[in-house]
Design a protein around this ligand. Structure first.
Ligand code: GCU
Length: 681
């Protein structure tokens, strides 16, 4: 049955028979060294993938065949690779990069996957498989690839009781009850394969709202067993830790980072942890945020807090991902908080600390301007955190490919060092001289057969991984790759569904919060609309806080006459967002409070435009349905019907969003619905 379990690693026999014939000729034998586990994983994946795609077993051998060998390895592990004399070229790509080329060894034609490091060989193997899966020509390959950021990490918000915060795809993958004894659960290996296929090299396996017990021997043994599987795919394990652990363990009555006893406690703890897991990547920390403990509780700052952890893991090569997602009810504009807290600390963090910044200033909203911290921290390593799990996008019920959102932020120009200082380039270390950078994404896989709930949530995981490898890839090209690998190479599918994927995110913006509105979600679950004011709630957890609508108008004034958050951006960006006739209307109400009769570029009033946008969102879901109907029969029935049914749910929800928001805002504006707009349903 096609249940989506294989994700994009399906390796079903290819249908283009002349292509298959050529592929078979060229890839007749696999020559792979015995040796390192990661190279072994590469060899196994190639055997599995090529055997499946070409529908005939791929033999493995120690020596070249007369024709058509695929040779993989590093100069250290393979004499054949060493004989190519590519050391300098490989050094340029680094241990995670690779060369994938057709060439000759002696008088034999070969296809080569070579790297300085074992991981590069694995990534090259997946690259070749992707070329086959998407039916590309391979007879003349000269590919040189290397990832643009060092840390490409997935984050799980999994609790130790296996409930997943914002997960929506079943229980946590980690079966704590049967670990460490049972780590052969095929899910663990397949999970690692899925990530490695994208070049993901780290996983933070537990919730950032961290349970201190993750650092007990009992759990560390279990983590070590998981890590043994991940390691074979070049993936490092990271742990989310609770800042108050020294107290939670009952060892100390404080977690003050400047108290020498606390510093010693973390050093001892690190020793204990690394005894269990010698290659642990390090810690991910949410501190002084949403009720989590942190250094501020002891009158210290984020750098004080991060640095003692950094010192504790440094002897083992560990790093600290310290999150910048902070805000408190007292502050006037939540938008400002991360910047206001972190900017003054620039340059005060250790080299093995990386500040992990969400893409936008608030919280994974359907559309946010980029966080002004990108471009502001010149002397502090940073990484970006994205969200694949659809906390604000209809959970696992809505089709909302996140590639365009990721692309939007990566392409955003911070102007930190003049034009072209995009967020992507900053993360690539091309703007400031960072020691290390990264990209992280909160993903949602659980015990659902297809891992992610909605089959299309897989596409956002895929897009994250591909963009973490290369931020210049387009969301459109990535969507096409994903569809080809996950569903079919049939153009009759790729064209319409490619379109659907391209606008699915914008549809989600339109029916929830168009024109720069944000966070109109019901508090707590974040699924449905609650745009109104709720007295019982914390102020910054009510929608009114974000939209500020009244009889006269709507929008959050973040210009000089308001919270002046725009001052956190560099000049040209400040001017763009701050000036009414310059700002891209998609961001209008993020930065300006304007009257209901404000004239939009279209000539309509803001009120009219708003209502039409809401309706456009609903219409887009109807279009998605119509396009999906067209591909019936081009893919398996099971996934076809699943997506079809979910689109009905999505339409139901989109209508509810539109009608709730429009009628609430109408109760303030007092204006009639513009001509031609549909009756509430
Ligand atoms: C959001 C989300 C929380 C999560 C938090 C975080 O606010 O709703 O569940 O803990 O982000 O990123 O820390």
């Amino acid at each position: 049955a096609e249940d989506g379990y294989d994700m994009w690693l399906r390796y079903q026999p290819l249908s283009d028979s002349s292509l298959v014939k050529d592929y078979r000729k060229q890839l007749g034998t696999l020559v792979a060294p015995d040796g390192p586990a990661v190279i072994e994983s590469a060899a196994q994946e190639l055997q599995r993938g090529i055997s499946g795609l070409l529908d005939r077993p791929l033999e493995r051998s120690d020596s070249l065949a007369r024709r058509g060998s695929l040779v993989i390895g590093t100069p250290e592990t393979s004499e054949l690779i060493a004989s190519l004399g590519w050391e300098d070229r490989l050094a340029q790509q680094g241990p995670e990069g690779f060369l994938l080329e057709t060439t000759r060894i002696g008088r034999r034609d070969v296809t080569v996957i070579a790297s300085e490091g074992d991981r590069g060989v694995l990534y090259g193997a997946f690259h070749l498989l992707r070329l086959l899966q998407t039916q590309q020509a391979i007879e003349e390959l000269a590919i040189a690839e290397a990832p643009k950021v060092q840390h490409r990490v997935v984050n799980h918000w999994d609790n130790l009781n296996r409930l997943v915060e914002r997960g929506y795809a079943g229980l946590s993958l980690w079966e704590w009850g049967t670990l460490p004894e049972y780590n052969e659960n095929p899910r663990y290996r397949d999970y690692a394969r899925i990530n490695a296929s994208l070049g993901i090299n780290g996983t933070a396996i537990n919730n950032v709202n961290a349970d201190p017990r993750i650092l007990t021997d009992q759990f560390l043994e279990k983590v070590a067993a998981l890590n043994e599987v991940f390691r074979q795919y070049g993936i490092k394990t990271y742990l989310s830790i609770n800042y108050d652990s020294p107290r939670a363990f009952g060892d100390l009555d404080t977690a003050d980072p400047l108290d020498p006893r606390v510093q010693q406690w973390w050093k001892d703890k690190a020793k204990q942890i690394y005894k269990h897991i010698p290659d642990l990547g390090g810690f991910l920390v949410k501190a002084d945020s949403e009720g989590q403990p942190g250094p501020q509780g002891y009158g210290r700052n984020h750098a004080d807090g991060a640095n003692i952890l950094a010192d504790a893991v440094a002897p083992y090569g560990g790093v600290i991902f310290w999150r910048a997602f902070v805000y408190s009810p007292e502050q006037g504009d939540r938008f400002r908080e991360a910047y206001d807290e972190f900017k003054p600390l620039d340059g005060k963090f250790r080299d093995n600390v990386i500040v992990q910044i969400k893409n936008g200033p608030i919280d994974f909203q359907p559309r946010e301007p980029f966080s002004p911290l990108f471009g502001a921290l010149e002397d502090t390593n940073i990484m970006m955190e994205l969200q694949v799990t659809q906390e604000y996008f209809g959970f696992s019920n809505h089709l909302a490919y996140q590639g365009p959102l990721f692309e939007e932020v990566l392409d955003a120009d911070t102007h930190a060092k003049g034009e072209g200082s995009t967020v992507g380039k900053i993360l690539g270390g091309e703007v400031f001289e960072y020691e290390q950078t990264g990209m992280a994404a909160v993903i949602n896989p659980g015990t659902d057969r297809n891992w992610t709930g909605h089959p299309f949530v897989q596409s956002s995981w895929y897009a994250f991984g591909r963009m973490a490898w290369d931020y210049e890839l387009s969301s459109e090209a990535i969507a096409e790759e994903w569809m080809r690998m996950t569903f079919t190479n049939d153009r009759r599918f790729l064209d319409p569904i490619g379109e659907v994927m391209a606008y699915s995110r914008e549809a989600g913006v339109n029916y929830r919060n168009p024109l720069g509105l944000t966070h109109l979600f019901a508090q707590g679950h974040h699924y449905g609309p609650a745009p109104w004011y709720d007295e019982a709630e914390r102020m910054d957890w009510t929608a009114w806080y974000y939209h500020r609508a009244d009889e006269d108008g709507i929008g959050f004034d973040r210009t000089e006459s308001g919270s002046n958050a725009i001052e956190q951006y560099h000049g040209p960006v400040r001017e763009h967002f701050g000036t009414l006739d310059q700002i891209d209307e998609d961001y209008l109400l993020w930065f300006h409070h304007v009257g209901w009769d404000y004239k939009m570029n279209s000539g309509r009033t803001l009120w009219e435009e708003l209502v039409l946008k809401y309706d456009e969102g609903v219409q887009q879901v109807r279009n998605m349905q119509a396009e999906w109907e067209k591909v019936q029969g081009l893919i398996d029935r099971e996934r076809y019907e699943h997506v079809k049914a979910l689109l009905e749910v999505q339409l139901r929800d989109a209508i509810r969003w539109r009608d709730s928001c429009v009628s609430y805002f109408q109760s303030l504006s007092g204006l009639p619905l513009p001509e031609g707009s549909p009756e509430p349903e």
